[in-house]
Design a protein around this ligand. Structure first.
Ligand code: NAD
Length: 357
């Protein structure tokens, strides 16, 4: 298995180092073979090559089985024009890899319940929601513009979805539901928007291929409310680009800590892009303070979705739980009575807990 690795900027290299430890341990325990190729992107690529996403990086990523990304960006590059900023590399790589489904799990480990903003009785024994957001269509990519109206300037953005665009992300979501609790909620605004009516019709038609999955529909305003009222009713959520942008942030923040949140972006084949949700955290870079768990959980997603190794993915997720059970905490999730550890020690502790079965 060939993995293209982009450490990036800020804490990127700190957390990617822990991902290597985990993958090397997975290789020992499960007999999987990994080769790694480190590539440049973001601020470091701007400094060394002059562009945020070098052609060579995209080429190597496309030839790989999976891409693991740390984080990019930092103050040093903030004054550059938009197309030369590190974030342009992020949009470029997602587009270049053709990843149209963005998976953002919101997992609240029972050990970290007190980090959530929700009450204990709402959280029960923890949360595990998967938001599947359409990533390359909808209003963020539709036509937009301005004109002079009778009352002054007007501006518009257009939400356009085609049937194939809806079908492919819906199928991804159904497949994921099949690997989880078998429930899918499709979120739209079909009482108002024509694009949402097509979305719903298409989801209903695709559902005929998945009779084993329980499907329900929800309007986006209700969904935003239900996520804080009773989040445990959700298993997998599928929704449009803009609704998913908002709802995945809402869902993930129920878990309290940015340092715990992984993500995956998938396309047609098995090639996927795996990265923590957080940014490059320049304030703690190189200080052994970053929480590596979001990146390690992204590695678990890679094992599950690109390499189809549920056993290894579960082993990594269990190892994270065991390290938390033993009381190890990085600064961002520290609680009274727990043991404060740095990035390196957290990586070592988790890797050491990885076991088969
Ligand atoms: P950030 O996510 O980098 O940091 C926000 C806060 O959370 C900081 O206080 C930081 O120390 C903390 N934090 C983040 N990750 C952590 C971790 N793993 N462990 C412990 N604490 C952690 O967001 P920001 O400060 O708004 O952005 C910093 C830079 O990152 C900017 O240049 C921004 O453009 C970039 N960024 C990149 C990505 C990406 O690469 N995908 C995403 C978001 C922001």
């Amino acid at each position: 298995m060939k993995i293209a690795v982009i450490p990036g900027d800020g804490i990127g290299p700190d957390i990617i180092k822990q991902a290597y430890k985990v993958l090397n341990r997975v290789s020992e325990v499960f007999g999987m073979e990994f080769t790694f190729e480190e590539m440049l992107m973001g601020g470091r690529a701007i400094d060394e090559i002059g562009v945020p996403l070098p052609e060579e990086t995209l080429k190597v990523c496309l030839e790989s089985d999976a891409v693991l990304l740390g984080a990019v960006g930092g103050e040093k590059w903030d004054t550059l024009p938009g197309h030369l900023r590190p974030e342009a590399g992020l949009l470029g790589i997602r587009k270049g890899l053709g990843v149209f489904a963005n998976l953002r799990p919101a997992i609240l480990f029972p050990q970290l319940k007190s980090a959530s903003t929700l009450k204990e009785e709402v959280l029960g024994d923890g949360l595990d929601i998967m938001v599947v957001r359409e990533l390359t269509g909808g209003i963020y990519f539709g036509q937009r513009g301005r004109s002079e109206g009778s009352g002054g300037q007007e501006a518009w953005d257009t939400e356009v979805y085609s049937v194939p665009e809806i079908e492919r992300v819906t199928r991804t979501a159904f497949e994921i539901a099949r690997k989880r609790k078998g429930r899918l909620t499709s979120i739209d605004k079909a009482n108002i928007l024509e694009s949402s009516r097509l979305w719903r019709e298409t989801v209903v038609r695709v559902a005929e291929e998945y009779p084993d999955i329980e499907l329900n529909h929800m309007y986006v305003d209700n969904a935003a409310m239900q996520l804080v009222r009773n989040p445990r009713q959700f298993d997998v959520i599928v929704t449009t680009n803009m609704f998913g942008d908002i709802l995945s942030d809402e869902a993930s923040m129920l878990t309290g800590s940015l340092g715990m949140l992984p993500s995956a972006s998938l396309g047609e084949g098995s090639l996927g892009l795996y990265e923590p949700v957080h940014g490059s955290a320049p304030d703690i870079a190189g200080q052994d303070k970053a929480n590596p768990i979001a990146t390690i959980m992204s590695v678990a997603m890679m094992l599950r979705y690109s390499f189809d190794r549920e056993d290894a993915a579960l082993a990594v997720e269990r190892a994270v739980e065991k390290a938390l059970d033993k009381g190890y905490r990085t600064g961002d999730i520290m609680q009274p009575g727990m043991k404060l550890v740095g990035t390196e020690e957290m990586g070592d502790r988790i890797a050491a807990e990885i076991a088969a079965g």
